[in-house]
Design a protein around this ligand. Structure first.
Ligand SMILES: *Cc1c(COP(=O)(O)O)cnc(C)c1O
Length: 492
């Protein structure tokens, strides 16, 4: 299967090539030239499989230069009991219509593990398949969860080094502790003075800086990404929507062919885009509900067709969604409007911070998507009300989606089931969750986890307990302008 750039000028490569490279040479994102199809026969087969088999089967439709055996072996390791105790992506009923798809039972307690446990394995195979001799330096800008999940996925992987950049005041205490205590001999972590977009722009700059690429190459290195712009991140996310559908059918909760809605707490637009791909492949999905926090640029885009980043940036209690440039939206634009238009939109975005899609493009997007946003107060209230009404303990990101799903269900009151992606353990954002439920100030740092556990009786996930007792290894705080220097530090 050929992979091409969303901007139309990045040549053609294989899946392994796309995963190795991360970003296309014209600055666009890689996309498969054609989307594979799901039919009823295949869905029946998938229903009878366990999660690793489902993942290998779906991935093999996209990554046709990997053998099924390779993929199955990688998926068994990535999604097995040792990394996802109790199953990779359980889906449970909360109320009549909501089906909450919990994607955070992996090693770092956020949904990023769903992709970042498998992606390093795909990446190492990609290096072999493409005959790469150099060491990869993976550069990651993170709004909190990607950083830790990538560090955990790539630690001590041969032929790879990883440097993570997080906004100094833009992540939760637990997220920060998870990163600065990371173990492994090939890892580095930096706090950047700025917000997530500053860190992401810094990384993108390094990726396109010819002199820096050349310098690294001479030292035997090349740059790659683990951000959700990499196809190796995106493809594994398609799997769990298909898997959840299979599970609902198997439970008799829906009948095969019955449409469901899907609601996703959205930042970089990767997770919801994976759901869109599943829909395009033939999964019976009606609407994709895009849930944003106070940084509601996508809500505005989905109601006006104008994407305008010239606006205030807010730091919220759902920091992994504090984003003004949702990179994966470019993939949607490509599928709906084509590469020429996409190149033009992205050019306008980088020059003026704004673009407007044509009416036909907007209408097409609106057929599939609907945007909602939830401010801080409503996020808190949702955490609290969903706990009081259903005994369900939700993190702040998932609460943004639950809030959107409830409002959507009220508007479209036909009883259609709505799969809500739950993207983090409540304990990852324990202080905010505690404060939402009790209306009292939470204890500082990791003590909030214990307080929340005492209050609710819900167990703290193993990867999050004892964080405060781990050794802090990374304390550097840098300016955005110093990011190139840190690359030099890591390529010697
Ligand atoms: C990354 C993340 C999101 C946003 O996902 P995107 O794919 O970037 O849209 C939402 N919630 C949590 C907890 C996350 O870590």
């Amino acid at each position: 299967m050929n992979y091409v750039s969303t901007r139309g000028n990045g040549g053609v490569t294989t899946a392994a090539g796309a995963i190795k490279q991360g970003l296309a040479s014209d600055g666009g994102l890689f996309m498969p030239e054609k989307l594979p199809e799901l039919d009823e026969k295949l869905m029946k087969k998938l229903s009878e499989m366990d999660y690793p088999e489902r993942a290998a089967t779906v991935l093999s439709m996209f990554l046709d230069d990997y053998t099924y055996e390779e993929l199955l072996s990688d998926c068994r390791e990535a999604y097995g009991e040792s990394r996802f105790p109790g199953g990779a992506a359980p889906c449970s009923a909360v109320g009549k219509r909501m089906r909450i798809l919990e994607l955070w039972h992996g090693p770092t307690a956020a949904f990023k593990d769903m992709a970042l446990q498998i992606m390093p394995r795909l990446f190492v195979r990609a290096l072999k398949k493409t005959g790469e001799k150099r060491t990869a330096l993976i550069l990651v800008a993170t709004s909190g969860d990607t950083g830790k999940a990538a560090l955990e996925g790539y630690k001590d992987v041969e032929g790879v080094k990883i440097a993570v950049y997080y906004p100094v005041n833009g992540v939760s205490r637990v997220q920060q502790l998870q990163m600065v205590t990371q173990e492994g001999n090939n890892v580095a972590v930096y706090a950047v003075k700025g917000n997530f977009d500053d860190a992401q722009t810094g990384v993108k700059k390094i990726f396109s800086d010819r002199s820096q690429i050349k310098e690294a190459d001479e030292k035997g290195y090349f740059f790659s990404s683990a951000n959700s712009i990499n196809w190796g991140r995106l493809a594994p996310q398609i799997v769990y929507y298909i898997s959840a559908y299979c599970d609902l059918v198997a439970k008799g909760d829906i009948e095969y062919g019955e449409k469901v809605d899907v609601c996703v707490p959205t930042g970089n637009f990767g997770n919801i885009f994976a759901a869109y791909i599943a829909k395009r492949m033939g999964l019976p999905v009606r609407k994709l509900v895009c849930a944003s926090n106070k940084n509601n640029i996508l809500t505005d885009f989905l109601s006006t067709g104008v994407y305008d980043r010239n606006r205030s940036f807010y730091t919220t209690m759902s920091p992994s969604m504090d984003i003004l440039i949702s990179s994966n939206l470019e993939r949607l634009l490509y599928l709906v409007a084509g590469s020429k238009a996409t190149a033009e939109y992205t050019k306008q975005l980088s020059e003026t911070g704004r673009y407007q899609v044509e009416k036909e493009v907007f209408d097409k997007i609106k057929e599939d998507f609907e945007g909602y946003y939830c401010d801080e107060e409503n996020t808190s209230q949702t955490v609290s009300s969903i706990y009081r009404e259903y005994g369900y303990l939700s993190d702040t990101h998932s609460a943004v989606a639950i809030n959107a799903a409830l409002r959507f269900a009220e508007k479209v009151s036909d009883g259609t089931k709505i799969i809500v992606a739950s993207t983090a353990s409540p304990y990852k954002f324990a202080s905010s969750v505690y404060e939402a439920i009790t209306d009292k100030k939470a204890p500082e740092g990791p003590e909030a986890l214990e307080a929340l556990s005492e209050l609710t009786g819900v167990e703290i996930p193993a990867p999050l307990s004892g964080l405060d007792k781990k050794k802090v290894r990374f304390t550097k705080v840098i300016e955005v302008g110093q990011m190139p220097e840190t690359v030099r530090e890591n390529t010697i």
